[in-house]
Write a protein that binds this ligand. Structure first.
Ligand SMILES: [Fe+2]
Length: 286
């Protein structure tokens, strides 16, 4: 039976920081640290007065602002946006962006994944990338209302005009909020014909305490902890003693989820209604 020893748990607060031009870089998931093949994750501190300029050459990058700086700017595609918690960019190969911190430091979560094979992309065009914040992204709730999520990148999420949020299956990533007592079902992710090795999958906790369970074993998680799950290792996350905010990543976005527990709520999610009182619309994950 799988146990907690089958996953990698990395306390990002305890990882040694490397000094780079923009400030500090901490590698919190990668081949040598977690055994991941298609995902590298950095926690970056952009120091006050400095800028971080990610450039996606052959890869896809997703950069997410974890803490709002006093003043900060995200530059992408010729436009400037406020750098605030929950904002960021998805960069397709060849694209770049600029994250400037002023007045205070800025904490970023930075994910890199190689361009996926054509079979993973299917009919998707692969680009372009885009800027996002909590006003441009749509919230989704589970049937109980115990969990609320906002994908920053997910190809099956539709914007209100019917277009896809994300034109690539390179990455699925987004923020998740569990109310007190919130929990995922016990589940495992496995590969697909297009991605037989399965996706590299991790959670990064931001606020509140959680517990991750694997088999009969579990571990409590402090804020700032990354948990990497090798494909096929079953898991469940619970909020402990209050609400829990965390971030979830799958790269590439080609996997199948098997729910192993008897959850009345299953895996159904609903878009938060655009107008108050409107009937909720189910998120079609196909
Ligand atoms: Fe999972």
């Amino acid at each position: 039976m799988a146990t907690i020893d089958d996953v990698s748990i990395v306390d990002s607060n305890a990882v040694e920081a490397r000094t780079v031009e923009s400030g500090l870089e901490r590698t919190i998931c990668g081949q040598s640290l977690c055994g991941s093949n298609t995902l590298t994750v950095y926690r970056r501190t952009v120091l006050e007065g400095r800028r971080f300029e990610p450039r996606a050459n052959g890869d896809y990058h997703l950069v997410y602002v974890m803490t709002t700086p006093k003043d900060g700017v995200i530059g992408f595609d010729g436009e400037s946006h406020a750098a605030e918690e929950g904002a960021g960019v998805l960069l397709a190969p060849g694209e770049s962006a600029r994250f400037e911190a002023s007045g205070s430091d800025m904490e970023l979560l930075h994910m890199v994944t190689p361009r996926p094979p054509a079979a993973v992309e299917g009919e998707l065009t692969g680009g372009p990338g885009y800027f996002f914040n909590r006003r441009t992204l749509r919230a989704l709730s589970d049937a109980s209302g115990g969990r609320v999520r906002r994908f920053c990148a997910e190809s099956t999420v539709r914007l209100p005009d019917g277009s896809r949020l994300t034109p690539t299956n390179a990455i699925q990533a987004g923020e998740m909020h569990y109310r007190e007592g919130g929990s995922s079902p016990y589940h495992a992710h496995v590969g697909t014909d297009a991605n037989p090795d399965g996706a590299d999958h991790c959670y990064m906790t931001f606020k509140g305490r959680g517990a991750v369970e694997v088999g009969d074993t579990s571990q409590e998680l402090e804020p700032g902890t990354l948990v990497y799950f090798p494909p096929g290792v079953p898991h469940r996350l619970r909020a402990l003693g209050g609400p829990l905010d965390y971030f979830e990543i799958q790269a590439w976005r080609s996997f199948k989820t098997n729910v192993l527990s008897e959850e009345p709520l299953g895996l159904k999610w609903y878009y938060e209604p655009e107008t108050p009182g409107a009937a909720p619309v189910e998120w079609d994950q196909s």
